[in-house]
Write a protein that binds this ligand. Structure first.
Ligand code: COA
Length: 163
């Protein structure tokens, strides 16, 4: 869509504004989520997280984290948020497509996330194998993967964990 703001890599100077956008979108309850166990003590995958800017303001973000599924390296997508004033214009989809394209260009094989299947199925995500375990309670129907290489989502098993 032509009116979607420009998307660019998240820079260190953006961190506070991104944190504020995430806090506003999810509230403090986000820290109790199982996916957060994979982010705490971890570091974002260098160069893969992005922001969307409009008029110098950050209005969208998607962060990417290195993880492993068993012994298979993967990238965890999230948090992912769009400012309420900018929703339903295709920006969320553009952010997901941007981070997945960056991960693919970096040679990654697989993106994984915990999210709403109806939203992410449209972007090519599929349900993960039931043989994958998360570090806490989760509805497995919300654990979704996008293969970036042929066959990358097949045969996944074991704990989703820090790299
Ligand atoms: C989810 C979110 C990032 C989508 O951003 P967006 O820029 O509005 O996304 P898009 O424009 O690409 O898509 C919007 C469409 O997806 C739909 N959609 C949004 N969230 C959805 C969800 N959780 N499940 C199913 N559909 C959803 C909207 O209804 C909208 O449909 P419409 O255009 O017919 O109104 C945004 O709503 C947001 O920041 N929500 C709060 C944080 C959050 O839930 N993040 C995702 C965690 S997995």
């Amino acid at each position: 869509m032509s009116d979607v703001p420009a998307i660019s890599p998240e820079e260190p100077a953006d961190h506070a504004a991104v944190d504020a956008l995430i806090e506003a979108a999810f509230g403090p309850g986000r820290l109790a989520k199982t996916a957060e166990r994979l982010r705490e003590g971890n570091h974002p995958a260098p160069g893969l997280s992005v922001v969307a800017r409009e008029g110098g303001r950050i209005v969208g973000c998607a962060r990417m984290w290195p993880v492993k599924i068993g012994e298979t390296p993967a990238i965890l997508l999230g948090p992912f948020a769009v400012d309420p004033s900018m929703r339903s214009r295709g920006l969320g989809q553009a952010l997901v497509e941007a981070v997945c394209a960056r991960a693919k260009a970096a040679g990654e094989s697989l993106v994984i996330l915990v999210g709403d299947a109806p939203y992410f199925a449209k972007l090519g995500f599929e349900r993960v194998s039931a043989d994958v375990r998360l570090p806490g309670p989760v509805d497995m129907r919300r654990v979704l993967v996008l293969p970036l290489k042929a066959g990358a989502s097949g045969g996944l098993k074991g704990p989703l964990r820090h790299p």
